[in-house]
Design a protein around this ligand. Structure first.
Ligand code: 4AD
Ligand code: MG
Length: 462
């Protein structure tokens, strides 16, 4: 490999001035005039393209014209020179090798393509500015998440992808089986089906690494998981994906206010990292997707998040005079429209809603003394709604067991989890941040399908 990264030339152009270099990439656009031609070359290391200036007199016309096509891959040898724009650099081409031709049916011929159209060509949409910027922000964000936890003494745990439990109890499990359709039909009941299946019991893709994360936290104290989670959620919304990434810290000895502080610190840390490390990408998203994006993110880093009791949230919604589609009543879950009203219209900043009614939340959440609510919180942000689901965990064996019995759960599937409350139980708390949700918030991209390399949603597996 002889080529140097385009980002290197764009940022350290002065060091290369007058020198001969080799660069490689894909022609994003090509312009041809009588004596000169120009190629905007991108190798994925930066959002910005490197301009290749071609003096046509130096090249064979027929050979050159093959290189002047959108999408063609090129290896260019040339001299680095200052560009017209102060501080920018470009390449005066000496030779160009066509690595891969790109015929006219290449779908990315226009400057602008709708995100809907791009979803039909997931293998090519990565070659647009939007996906170039999105993937770099996603990478920086992920690394910042690791940094935050590593710098604060957490151990990174890899929890299993295949599990026998349903952490959220919502029945949104993708089943894991080695049986084909035929054996399903031949089995007379579930027991017979399982008896010859791989695990000899029900198995599924994890909806959350939390239950196993708690196991690790009961020995390692402060842990986090960061990996893919899966939900067969049939809701065709812009915020739900069947496969998404979750960051899930679990902290021994932490109570609800402690974990809220940790979540707030983490969100600020990772947003600041993106602001610092991806200024060009944020400027791009600001122009293309959400005006005022940088100011919004900067304000989040500097603000204090609101903490609001669920009961108070219901009162605010009732008094709002808004016409909501879904009813507002104490005991009902907050719908997206309610969440957004609270965080966008009332507070215009991130809001932790705390102390939800226990019957709308999961079995593992710590029951408050009032007998009605749990020490849980969702973090809501403007534009997206819920990005974090969080709670203190029920550390009392009997209370946990009762909550599971009340939900008709099969206790045999959770013996190990319940044992944690039997052997040296401690107060502990954790949360799950949806990576795609925070990506939507940070980029202003409003559909979850456009913040993943491949979107997995109901009826869609490209
Ligand atoms: O609120 P959830 O369901 O909480 C849990 O799974 C807990 N076990 C987490 C924990 O305490 N360790 O999901 C957590 C977050 C949500 O706030 C949301 O950001 C994201 O995961 N999420 C989804 N993101 C995309 N598509 C979906 N279908 C999602 N479901 C949840
Ligand atoms: Mg939730």
């Amino acid at each position: 490999m002889k080529n140097i990264d385009i980002i290197d030339i764009l940022t350290n152009g002065k060091d290369y001035e007058g020198k001969s270099v080799v660069v490689a990439g894909w022609a994003r656009t090509a312009r041809d005039s009588k004596t000169m031609a120009f190629v905007a070359l991108n190798d994925g290391t930066s959002l910005k393209h490197l301009q290749i200036v071609i003096d046509k007199a130096k090249f064979d016309g027929a050979e050159l014209s093959k290189c002047l096509k959108n999408g063609a891959s090129l290896l260019v040898n040339g001299t680095v020179v200052p560009a017209m724009n102060q501080g920018d650099y470009e390449i005066n081409a000496e030779s160009i090798e066509l690595l891969g031709d790109c015929p006219q049916d290449y779908p990315l011929q226009k400057k602008y393509h709708s995100l809907e159209f791009l979803r039909t060509i997931p293998h090519l949409r990565v070659r647009t500015n939007t996906f170039n910027a999105m993937l770099r922000v996603r990478s920086k964000l992920s690394f910042a998440i690791h940094r935050f936890f590593q710098e604060n003494g957490y151990t990174y745990i890899h929890t299993p992808i295949i599990t026998g439990s349903d952490c959220e109890g919502a029945g949104e499990i993708f089943h894991v089986t080695t049986h084909g359709c035929a054996s399903a039909k031949l089995s007379k009941d579930e027991a017979e089906y399982m008896a010859t299946d791989f695990f000899k019991r029900k198995a599924g893709l994890t909806v959350s690494g939390q239950l196993e994360g708690e196991v690790a936290a009961m020995a390692m104290g402060k842990i986090y998981t960061f990996g893919p989670t899966f939900r067969a959620e049939n809701s065709n919304t812009p915020r739900h994906a069947a496969e998404f990434w979750q960051v899930e810290p679990e902290v021994a000895f932490a109570k609800l206010p402690d974990i809220i502080n940790i979540a707030e610190s983490m969100i600020k840390y990772i947003i600041k990292a993106v602001l610092d490390e991806c200024p060009e990408e944020i400027a791009f998203f600001e122009k293309a997707f959400e005006s005022g994006l940088r100011a919004k993110l900067t304000a989040v880093v500097e603000s204090e998040f609101k903490v609001l009791d669920y009961t108070e949230a219901i009162e605010i919604l009732k008094k709002s005079g808004e016409k909501f589609v879904y009813p507002v009543e104490w005991g009902l879950d907050l719908q997206s429209e309610h969440e957004r009203y609270i965080t966008e219209k009332v507070f215009n900043k991130p809001v932790f809603v705390i102390n939800y009614p226990k019957h709308i939340k999961s079995f593992y959440m710590k029951q408050n003394d009032d007998g009605k609510t749990v020490a849980a919180t969702d973090l809501l942000v403007p534009g997206v709604g819920e990005i974090i689901g969080c709670s203190e965990r029920e550390a009392d064996y009997d209370k946990l067991k009762q909550a599971m019995v009340d939900r008709n759960m099969n206790l045999d599937d959770y013996v190990g989890y319940m044992d944690l409350r039997k052997y040296g139980s401690v107060p502990h708390s954790g949360f799950g941040l949806g990576l795609e949700r925070i990506m939507m918030y940070v980029t202003g991209i409003s559909n979850i399908r456009d913040v993943q390399l491949y979107a997995r949603t109901t009826g869609d597996l490209m």
